[in-house]
Design a protein. Structure first.
Length: 288
């Protein structure tokens, strides 16, 4: 299988960052809409899509959307705004996709979960705090992965990923003690064949562009005999679609991965963390 364009570009980034000093962040240019302007632009697309919706801008990048009955959802636009800044020429497409996916997910919200499509999604704690703020006391189903990351249980749907409240899992009869094993098994069944690209002590694992970070949860993948690195296994997941793998004794590769992870985490619309983690004692912990 040929590597995708995305991982070819990431591999190129690693080769470019080798031996390079960090560059200062680029300044924003005047052609970008401000966050407040962007939020209002998204709100207007919702209103045109369905004139019956009540759409309010309640924060710099936060919308509340409700139907005539008063049922609705909160939409945080941070990721969408970041995606727009990376490709301003595709703003209409970026906003349109967000609106279509969120309205479809809202319409499907009353449907029972599909047990076979429950999946684990790795998120940072800032994401969890943001979602909790909008949830008005209702919790998502999640568990700690380590000091920086959590596993949030979601439903894989056509066109996106939905994050139901914990009560939806209870109604389905999914026990908290079994959900991780179930979700990981579903993930293995849903993912395409993994691709691996790289050399010189590091490589990139990629799946479908959405669940790369979740690969950390597939225990059989992290057996030392399956991975060609020196020392203990070290990973970086700067964004949901990017997974670097190297080893504790791969000094030059570690430097490349660290710099690339920082760059991607600073620019990706679906950023996670620039932190490197080492697989130790059967789990991923911060690599110092």
């Amino acid at each position: 299988m040929k590597p995708s364009l995305r991982i070819v570009l990431i591999a190129a980034l690693l080769s470019v960052t080798a031996g390079c000093k960090e560059q200062p962040a680029k300044k924003a240019v005047s052609r970008f809409s401000t966050p407040a302007e962007f939020a209002e632009q998204v709100a207007e697309v919702y209103r045109k899509k369905d004139p019956g919706l009540k759409v309010e801008v309640v924060g710099e990048l936060e919308l509340k959307v409700a139907d005539a009955s008063g049922k609705g959802f909160t939409n945080f636009l941070n990721n969408t705004y970041d995606a727009y800044r990376q490709a301003p020429e595709a703003k209409d497409e970026t906003i349109g996709k967000l609106v279509d996916v969120s309205l479809r997910s809202f319409a499907e919200g009353e449907k029972p979960l599909d047990r076979s499509r429950i999946v684990p999604v790795v998120k940072d704690r800032a994401w969890l705090a943001e979602i909790r703020k909008a949830a008005k006391g209702e919790e998502r189903l999640y568990e700690d992965l380590n000091e920086e990351l959590v596993i949030v249980y979601a439903e894989d749907r056509d066109g996106g990923v939905a994050y139901p409240f914990a009560k939806a899992f209870e109604e389905l009869g999914v026990d908290r003690k079994e959900v991780r094993a179930l979700a990981c098994e579903n993930l293995k069944n849903l993912l395409p064949e993994l691709q691996r690209v790289g050399e010189d002590g590091y490589y990139i694992l990629t799946a479908d562009g959405t669940y790369e970070a979740s690969l950390l949860l597939l225990e059989n993948l992290w057996k030392p005999e399956k991975l060609e690195v020196k020392g203990e296994i070290v990973v970086a997941i700067p964004a949901r679609d990017t997974l670097f793998v190297t080893g504790t004794e791969e000094k030059e590769a570690l430097a490349k991965v660290k710099l690339a992870a920082k760059k991607i985490a600073g620019e990706s619309a679906y950023r996670l963390t620039p932190t490197l983690f080492v697989f130790r004692g059967g789990k991923f912990v911060r690599f110092e």
